[in-house]
Design a protein. Structure first.
Length: 217
């Protein structure tokens, strides 16, 4: 059966969960303008899996109407399902919707879900919003290693040279993945202090860290 807007719309309105999930996946085969119209229905589905699958496509479809996408994603950041919130945060970053910063900031401090916090931290790097600096600074002390690693990367993307002194102590971390992420961030931030740390990490016992550091040192 060929995929048409009509057939996908019919499946989205089905009582069968499997049909609705397939319909969301089939939206990828439609023209973006049509897909964007249909996805707006899917993000209101009663099932969290359908909402998650729909919101996850907003990074590619949301460019059809950024204002509408902003309003939709702001609403999905308040979804009761953490996975949906995380997907919405990811798409805010992908679409560069800087005006959603306040909602991201509020959600970071109000949620106990690490997956949501991780997505928000990663998004702050993509947004390039200077106001995110303090939140990223706090995330460096997160008990979750993935959130901490993401914060290091985001600080590098943000480009504030003050971040060098914040992440410098992490160059001594026992976790080589953290040291490797420090190298990548320092290469973006630059400056004398960053170069000095990179020279030291060029002798790191882990080859991946040393090799990356030598690209700048």
């Amino acid at each position: 059966m060929s995929v048409t807007p009509e057939s996908v719309k019919e499946m989205l309105n089905s009582q069968d969960l499997g049909d609705r999930l397939r319909a969301v996946n089939l939206i990828r085969d439609l023209e973006p303008k049509i897909g964007f119209e249909l996805i707006q229905s899917a993000v209101n589905d009663s099932n969290a899996r359908v909402r998650y699958s729909a919101v996850s496509q907003m990074d590619t479809l949301g460019g059809q109407d950024l204002d509408l996408s902003l309003n939709l994603l702001r609403r999905m950041l308040k979804d009761p399902e953490p996975d949906v919130q995380a997907a919405a945060a990811d798409c805010v970053g992908a679409l560069k919707l800087v005006t959603a910063y306040d909602e991201l900031n509020q959600l970071y401090y109000s949620t106990n879900e690490w997956i949501v916090q991780l997505s928000i931290i990663a998004t702050l790097g993509a947004l390039g919003e200077p106001r995110g600096f303090e939140l990223l600074q706090e995330a460096l002390d997160s008990d979750n290693e993935l959130v901490k690693i993401s914060a290091i990367s985001a600080l590098g993307e943000l480009g504030n040279p003050e971040a060098v002194s914040l992440i410098a102590p992490l160059a001594q971390s026992s976790d080589w993945q953290i040291r490797h992420r420090v190298v990548l961030a320092l290469r973006l931030l630059g400056g004398e202090q960053a170069e000095s740390i990179l020279e030291s990490l060029a002798n790191d016992e882990v080859e991946a860290v040393a090799t990356e550091a030598k690209r700048t040192a």
